[in-house]
Each structure stands twice: as C-alpha cells, then as structure tokens.
Design a protein around this ligand. Structure first.
Ligand SMILES: NC(=O)c1ccc[n+]([C@@H]2O[C@H](COP(=O)([O-])OP(=O)(O)OC[C@H]3O[C@@H](n4cnc5c(N)ncnc54)[C@H](OP(=O)(O)O)[C@@H]3O)[C@@H](O)[C@H]2O)c1
Length: 270
C-alpha cells in the first residue's frame, strides 16, 4: 500500500494562518501527526514552512501535500507556482502534489501533463488529484501509467460516495477525505453518539475511524488541542462490520458541503 500507516492520518490546515496555524500545527506534530495537508490557495505554506523548520523533525519523517489551483493550469504558471510552494515550505520536494480541482471544462488532459512534468523534474515525489469524479479517474488511468496516489474528496458519514469508492477500486486510485467531520455536522447524530458511548470514544473518533475502515485516508483539521489529540488517536479500537454498515446508512441523506454554490467550478459529482 502506498500510504504508510503513519501517513494515513493527515492534519488539515484550511483555513488556518499565522499564529493560530502555528499553534495548531505544533500541537499536531507533538501528538504524532506527520502528514500535513496544504494548498497554494490556503495561503499558509509560508507559516507551515516556518513551523516545520523550527520543530526539528527530520524531513523524511514528514509527508507534505500541496495543491495547484486551476488558475495556474498553464505552461507559464504551473511550474513557477510549485517552485514558490517549495520556497515557502522551505523544502526541496513535495511528497505529493495534487491538482486541487479538475479544470472547469472537465478536460483534465493538459493539467495532468503539467503535473507529470513537474514530477519528472523532481519537484514532487508523487502526484495526485482532488475533487475528481469517477470518470476523471478513469481518464487519468488512460492517460498515464504513473501512479496517481490519491483523489482527495469530501468524505464523511453524511455523504454517499459509493460511486467514487467503486471508481477508486476499479482504477486503484485511493481516496483521501476532507470535511471528515462534516465541519461539525456529525456531532449531533444520535447513532454516532450512541456508538461513541458503546466504544467509549468520542463521536469524532467514531467518524474518523469509520473513514479509515472504508479504506480512505483521513484529513482532519482542528485548533483545539483536545480534538487534535483525539482525532489522531483512532487506531486503538476497531468498528465492527455491523456498526460500519449502520454508519453507512447515514450516507443516504447525501449532505454535501462543497457544492456548486460554494465552488462554482465544481464538477457534476458522481
Ligand atoms: N481538496 C479540497 O478541495 C479541500 C476542501 C476542503 C478542505 N480540505 C482539507 O481538508 C481538511 C479538513 O477539512 P475541513 O477542515 O474543511 O473540515 P472538517 O475537518 O470536517 O472540520 C473542521 C472543523 O471541525 C471541528 N472539529 C474537528 N475535529 C473535531 C472534534 N474532534 N470535535 C469537535 N470539533 C471538531 C474543528 O473545530 P475546532 O478547531 O474547534 O476543533 C473545525 O472547525 C482541511 O483543513 C483542508 O486541509 C481540502
């Protein structure tokens, strides 16, 4: 499996910046997070670079993901934007570089070519995508033999992503989550509260553990030290198959946060 166990729990950093970001990230690194998720759009790569430079963790223990926004998908802008990310993060290479969104017209071919070029030039070890549909994953596979190591998408118990899971299994392109606790919406769900009591953990831990057991890597963001610690501590219990399927039943409500209203260039989702 591509993602080592220690990297399957990523610390999300949107929309954090400045001192708030530095404090949260320092706590995350203290509790054991090593995978950090950022993006050029988040405008926090410099703060992340400053924090990781001062924390004395060897570079090869960290796993840095950044993303190129669609307005940089041109031959003139793509590579310089990645060089700027490296400069701000104060590293020579990203662990994974993602296309943050598919281009608005849905034609991914040219953007994928630009991504492959910066990988060949050594600016990133691995490449991936974000917010791609199943059809786009299949197109990626047709265009390149290079492994696409992740498709980062909205993934939580209130959203049905069965079609995307199927496309992920068919293409071998793994999923990673964002909005993993549905930006707080999961905390009032009675079934999740009951399961938290049954397993003697928190609702957040139930949700993040469910995501991992769906075969999806987790990205979670928090500024609260208690939540940061709990969100990382999700390997010490296992949800039963029955409880997984009970949580699966919540996905039927299909509550999506990142929709066309929020992001007008979002694709037509699966
Ligand atoms: N690829 C993309 O297009 C995309 C889009 C959105 C996000 N992302 C990435 O995914 C990461 C995660 O997504 P997200 O931050 O949007 O949503 P999220 O993780 O679902 O929600 C974050 C919010 O949930 C709260 N929270 C987190 N853990 C909690 C816990 N255990 N108990 C109570 N509240 C908790 C946090 O508040 P507190 O600070 O009070 O804990 C924070 O306000 C982002 O930071 C970003 O790196 C990527």
């Amino acid at each position: 499996m591509y993602f080592q166990r220690k990297f399957e729990r990523g610390f999300g950093t949107f929309p954090l910046k400045g001192n708030e970001l530095c404090r949260a990230l320092e706590t995350a690194l203290e509790v054991g997070y090593r995978a950090i998720d950022t993006a050029q759009f988040y405008d926090n790569e410099q703060d992340i670079g400053n924090t990781i430079s001062s924390c004395n963790i060897p570079r090869d223990e960290l796993f840095l993901t950044s993303k190129v926004p669609i307005d940089k998908f041109s031959a003139e802008l793509f590579r310089p934007s990645v060089e700027q990310s490296l400069e701000k993060l104060q590293v020579n290479q990203l662990d994974v570089l993602l296309l943050h969104w598919p281009p608005a017209d849905g034609n991914i071919d040219a953007a994928l070519e630009l991504l492959l070029e910066v990988q060949q030039a050594g600016l990133c070890r691995h490449i991936g995508v974000s917010n791609f549909t199943g059809a786009m994953l299949k197109r990626c596979k047709a265009l390149t033999d290079s492994p696409i190591v992740t498709n980062q998408v909205e993934f939580h118990p209130l959203l049905n992503q069965d079609n995307l899971l199927k496309a992920s299994a068919e293409t071998g392109i793994p999923l990673a989550s964002y909005c993993s606790v549905a930006r707080g919406k999961v905390f009032d769900i009675p079934l999740l509260k009951k399961l938290a009591a049954d397993y003697d953990v928190t609702v957040g831990q139930i949700v993040l553990r469910w995501i991992l057991q769906k075969g999806v890597s987790v990205n979670a963001m928090s500024t609260n030290p208690e939540n940061i610690r709990a969100n990382f501590d999700i390997l010490s219990f296992t949800l039963s198959a029955v409880d997984i399927s009970r949580i699966d039943s919540l996905t039927h409500q299909n509550y999506r946060i990142v929709d066309k209203q929020l992001v007008p260039w979002a694709p037509v989702w699966d």
